[in-house]
Design a protein around this ligand. Structure first.
Ligand SMILES: Cc1ncc(COP(=O)(O)O)c(C=O)c1O
Length: 463
């Protein structure tokens, strides 16, 4: 069934809430049945409504990739967060980690003695409020130490004042046809070895964390205490082609329109062009994938090329070329990238817009706008360190520069100190002119859900 409601303007990301709920429940019940904790990676969806559904279905907490994501979900009341990433902690990160640890149980990844030492130094007396899990390389060969090397990292972390909670791994080498089962057993073995190494080094190993979507439903004896799949909530073309989900399990599709069509002529292939390119689908294409995504209604069609706003689809001989204006759904290759590219998603149920949608992506790294006002408080800050749209405030002195300079500073993607202007400041990774005039016009109003809660003078809508 082609289920693009008439009100949807293409290209648009659509989530089918019934399929989403089914996927959430399937993973939750598999974990329950195997006595494993489920700690879904929310970088896949970055959406508060979806995390709430995962937690209601029994997730023990969530996994995130960045401090910004942790802030968004902690502000929504999530009480147990693991930043599964080997953070390098500087002073601004330490300040944010401290604030997070005051709101939730916080664990972070670490994979070297140096980064553990730096983290402990930056956190100072607060180091003990944060737990670290040592990352193990189980075959993906990205970050992580070998299982027999975890002792050194754990000792450095402990000497730096951090709590050592256990070990984790991401078996990312499961992302290849024929690999999931082998990767799951590599994961199991590496985690078992690492946990034993840590125990014999005298540490109390409470958490043994693994998981990817391709491996999570492979049952069998597991040395893990919890798993962290993310993509399973939606499914995508990679999971389809790895045979980790069926067509009927794909909850997220991109609605697109045929804007150009060409019968095979002059040696050119028979094709249509859709109005959904890499700016909405994402451009991931592993070498083993059949294309840049799949069309659920036309499984034989091949997405052979993407430009920013175009998808070229080589059309199968077996069916008629669709007329211009035909609306088609596309399953993206890697759904985490698709969600990262949009601010809002259309929610559908049985082919109709669902009344509880649209859902707004709740990530702190794009279009998360907040308004700061000049405090009369003498302890108020005069510097603002902008980090992907998150502000950290330091000392007082409000007589410096105007909004536009600050915004320029904040628009850079790297953290940097910028002076706080006299009057309100708009922080945001993407700032548009309309927002500025509202800032100037209405000082104390704000909009957009903001993860910021570092200073009581910061106002943000909905929080
Ligand atoms: C550290 C970590 N944990 C868990 C996941 C989630 O796995 P998947 O994307 O296969 O659902 C990822 C994905 O990149 C990851 O990097």
């Amino acid at each position: 069934m082609n289920v693009i409601p008439a009100a949807v303007i293409t290209p648009a990301v659509m989530i089918d809430v019934d399929i989403l709920d089914r996927n959430i429940e399937r993973m939750a019940s598999s974990m329950r049945g195997r006595g494993l904790g489920l700690r879904p990676h929310v970088k896949t969806h970055k959406t508060l409504e979806i995390a709430r559904r995962q937690l209601a279905a029994g997730a023990v907490g969530i996994t995130v990739a960045t401090i910004g994501e942790a802030e968004v979900f902690a502000a929504d009341g999530v009480k147990d967060i693991f930043i599964a990433y080997p953070l390098w902690v500087e002073a601004p990160h330490a300040e944010r980690l401290r604030a997070l640890a005051a709101q939730c149980r916080l664990a972070v990844g670490v994979d070297s003695a140096e980064s553990a030492t730096a983290m402990g130094r930056q956190l100072g007396a607060d180091a003990g409020s944060i737990e670290v899990l040592i990352e193990v390389d189980s075959g993906h060969h990205r970050s992580g130490v070998l299982p027999d090397e975890v002792g050194d990292v754990a000792r450095a972390a402990s000497s730096a004042g951090l709590k050592v909670g256990g070990v984790f791994t991401f078996p990312g080498h499961s992302y290849k046809p024929g690999m999931p089962t082998g990767a799951a057993s590599n994961e199991n073995e590496s985690l078992g070895l690492a946990a034993a190494t840590l125990t014999s080094a005298g540490f109390d190993v409470k958490t043994i964390s693994g998981g990817s979507t391709p491996t999570a439903l492979i049952s069998g004896e597991s040395t893990a205490t919890e798993l962290r799949p993310g993509v399973y909530v939606f499914g995508d073309a990679q999971q389809l082609e790895l045979e980790r989900c069926g067509w009927e399990d794909v909850a997220l599709t991109v609605a697109a329109t045929v804007v150009s069509r060409h019968e095979a002529r002059g040696g050119n292939v028979r094709r249509v062009v859709l109005d959904a390119g890499s700016k909405v689908l994402g451009s991931d294409r592993p070498e083993w994938a059949t294309g840049y995504g799949r069309l659920p209604e036309y499984p034989e069609a091949k997405l052979t090329a993407l430009s920013e706003h175009h998808a070229t689809v080589v059309w199968p001989e077996s069916s008629e070329l669709p007329p211009l204006g035909t609306r088609l759904r596309v399953i993206p290759n890697h759904v985490c990238l698709t969600m990262n590219l949009v601010d809002e998603v259309t929610v559908v149920r049985s082919g109709k817009l669902w009344s509880s949608g649209p859902w707004r992506r709740g990530d702190g790294t794009t279009r998360q706008d907040c308004l700061l006002r000049s405090p009369a408080d003498p302890k108020a800050p005069d510097r603002c360190t902008a980090w992907r749209g998150i502000a950290t405030l330091t000392r007082p002195n409000w007589r410096t520069t105007g909004c536009s300079r600050v915004i320029e500073g904040i628009l850079r993607t790297r953290p940097e100190e910028v002076p706080v202007p006299d009057g309100p400041i708009l922080l945001g990774y993407h700032v548009i002119a309309g927002y500025m005039s509202r800032v100037n016009g209405r000082f104390f109003e704000s909009w957009g859900r903001s993860p910021i809660s570092l200073h009581d003078q910061i106002l943000h809508n909905g929080c």
